[in-house]
Design a protein around this ligand. Structure first.
Ligand code: GLN
Length: 281
């Protein structure tokens, strides 16, 4: 039987068998939806529909990419974060659901309506845009060292019609002088020899967004040391880190003179965020 006489459901089943992923059925349904424009619900309601030759070719192409390990977000060109549809590219990290916990934690801080907020290493713009969508009166600046990420974050802001200033800067190095009431960052924090770098989606993401020296602490150390010079009196620093880096990161916060330091768990119960603030002067 030729492929063109197969129904959607038959095509999906054949494709699922080729894909080594934790969620093969979901991945293939998302690919089918992206190729045909038929929602996943309608695919289930009308499983006997067939594809045009053009759709069939595109479906085959995208399934082959997924079978080769390419992240589903790269194939679809999009990833939802904080319910915002964000464009993604291979220039930067694909936003992770765990990072939504950082957004929640930031929103819980006692900040003024016109708070000045900085997102260091914004990538797609995920954290900054989620904050902008919740707090339209905050003055949010996002930066990234990678020009393609700066362009991507700006494009996401335009598409979502959210106000966000995005500038190119390697951490604080190229920022105009200023003070912030909150600095957030999801920097690279994976150790260079971590075996996870050879598995799953991270194989297709840039090392610049993932890897930070032998212990994974190089960028965190740099950000935490410099932050006090960029925080307003009583201003907060909030960073994401690896599940086993909590105590090292708290020590770095305290060594930098930050107070009220605490570590917060992610949705999986792992200690993955640390926050602290500059003492009131
Ligand atoms: N949490 C991501 C992962 O483990 C890494 C994110 C980062 O390095 N900032 O894939």
């Amino acid at each position: 039987m030729s492929e063109s006489s197969l129904t959607c459901e038959q095509l999906i089943r054949k494709a699922v068998a080729r894909i080594d992923s934790e969620t093969p059925r979901l991945d293939v349904e998302l690919i089918m939806e992206s190729v045909t424009g038929w929602s996943r619900t309608s695919l289930r309601a009308w499983p006997e529909r067939t594809l045009s030759d053009e759709q069939l070719a595109e479906f085959g192409h995208r399934v082959a990419q997924r079978a080769a390990g390419r992240p589903i977000a790269h194939i679809l060109g999009e990833q939802a974060f904080w319910s915002l549809p964000l464009m993604v590219s291979d220039a930067t990290l694909i936003p992770r659901p765990d990072t939504e916990r950082l957004v929640e934690t930031a929103l819980d801080l006692p900040l003024a309506a016109d708070a000045r907020v900085l997102d260091l290493g914004t990538g797609t713009g995920a954290i900054a845009l989620a904050l902008a969508s919740e707090k339209p009166t905050w003055q949010i600046v996002a930066c990234d060292a990678v020009p393609a990420a700066v362009e991507l974050a700006r494009a996401n802001a335009r598409r979502l019609e959210l106000l966000l200033e995005v500038t190119r800067s390697h951490w604080f190095d190229d920022l105009p002088p200023g003070r912030f009431d909150l600095i957030v960052s999801n920097p690279p924090y994976i150790a260079a020899d971590d075996r996870h770098l050879r598995e799953g989606d991270v194989r297709f993401e840039p090392a610049t967004a993932l890897v930070a020296g032998v212990e994974g602490l190089d960028d965190l150390r740099h950000i935490i040391c410099e932050a006090p010079g960029w925080l307003s009196s009583g201003g907060w620093l909030l960073v994401e880190h690896g599940y086993d880096q909590g105590s090292a990161v708290r020590e770095l916060f305290e060594a930098a003179g930050l107070v009220d330091v605490s570590t917060i768990r992610d949705y999986g119960g792992q200690p993955r965020l640390t926050r602290g603030r500059l003492p009131l002067s």
